[in-house]
Ligand binder design. Sequence first.
Ligand code: UDP
Ligand code: MG
Length: 315
Amino acid sequence: MSTKNKNTLSIVLPVYNEEEILEISIDRILKLKQKIKDKVSTEVIFVNDGSNDNSLNILKKYIDCIKIISFTRNFGHQMAITAGIDYAMGDYICIIDADLQDPPELIEEMYDLCNNEGYDFVYGVRKERKGETFFKKASAGLFYKIMKMMSDTNINLNSGDFAVLSKRTASEFSKLREKNRFIRGMIPWLGFKSKAFFYERDKRVAGITKFPFFKMLGFSMNAIFSFSNKPLTFAVQLGTFTIIVGTLISLYYLYLKFFTDSLVPGFTAIILTIIIFSGVQIFLIGIVGEYIARIFEETKNRPLYIIDKIFDFEK
Ligand code: UDP
Ligand code: MG
């Protein structure tokens, strides 16, 4: 094959405080690059998402074979991936975490699926979660179940952001500039031909997860509220149900008042009604609030991320 029509594959890796692991990651990625070099040329892009450890300095040591996009501060995993996709020049783009939980060696097979079988989007689906706590597995399981129930878009159970996408998928994706991003739902929304790729997810080689419980919760809420109007529908349904039940109870009390002598003591009924329905009301106002907060975020129309510096040996 001549070099002229050889494809380029861009590998995008988001990095946030991964000093313990970066050398190993870079090493494994560069080995892969070497292994597939006859088939496809590889561009490696690390997105430093405002790390405050030694990550950037480690990356800089490899400046003549990797590209680095460095943010001014931590904008989050989803923004780092977005920046990488925006910047990547390849015919295909691979998104993979820098912590080696998704084995880089699988990229070749995923790339082949795209290139040989014409898929625009091949996404990794975890067969097994090794070395993750029971709590993480259970919460992830629950999350995907709720997500499926609540969402209108088909989001694949157990998929992360490990994927290979074609250039046209990437360029359509880059047009989606919403602030509340849930990338593993946004790319399927584009509708290009896609395929699930099953694999076993490894343990983190070193370091700790950057998604503690509350960050994960925030991420899940984001996924639900920015991907679905169903909570609002649910609010309306619950409201309707409450009105119907309330009317029936009222009719009952009116009957007691006008047609019987039994004086209703009533205190318990009133206090229970107040407690339960104030809870319901606050909950429903909260749902509406979640949407308003998102509308507010979107109308501010700020950029998704701010780049401090780009290190690109080709430019
Ligand atoms: N990450 C990032 N910005 C963040 C948090 C995480 O770029 O604010 C990166 C992190 O360095 C890693 C990837 O995103 O490469 C996935 O993070 P992590 O492994 O902590 O998530 P988990 O696998 O536990 O869900
Ligand atoms: Mg991880």
